[in-house]
Design a protein around this ligand. Structure first.
Ligand SMILES: [Zn+2]
Length: 88
């Protein structure tokens, strides 16, 4: 989604820490809630150029900000799994 990177913070820290190597999939890096910093799981480094994620409590408070591009976690993971370039 081009453009969203201009207005929303990236949930991937600038400095990658705790990246996980998965055989056949490459590096996965952690993302964090853009508001409170709660860990939000891992995204594949290779297929991911931008990530914005809010945890459930922050979503209830601030979700309207990101509503234009929001998908539930379940849908995100389903789409990720269906994307051959993700290697998932
Ligand atoms: Zn949060």
């Amino acid at each position: 989604m081009p453009g969203h990177g201009d207005i929303l913070p990236d949930s991937r820290p600038r400095e990658v820490r705790g990246a996980v190597w998965r055989a056949g999939q490459g590096w996965w890096r952690p993302i964090f809630c853009a508001n409170c910093g709660r860990p939000g799981g891992l995204v594949p480094q290779r297929a991911c150029t931008f990530a914005f994620w809010l945890c459930d409590p922050c979503w209830e408070t601030h979700g309207a900000i990101a509503a234009t591009m929001a998908v539930p976690d379940e849908q995100f993971w389903a789409e990720l799994a269906a994307d051959p370039s993700s290697g998932a």
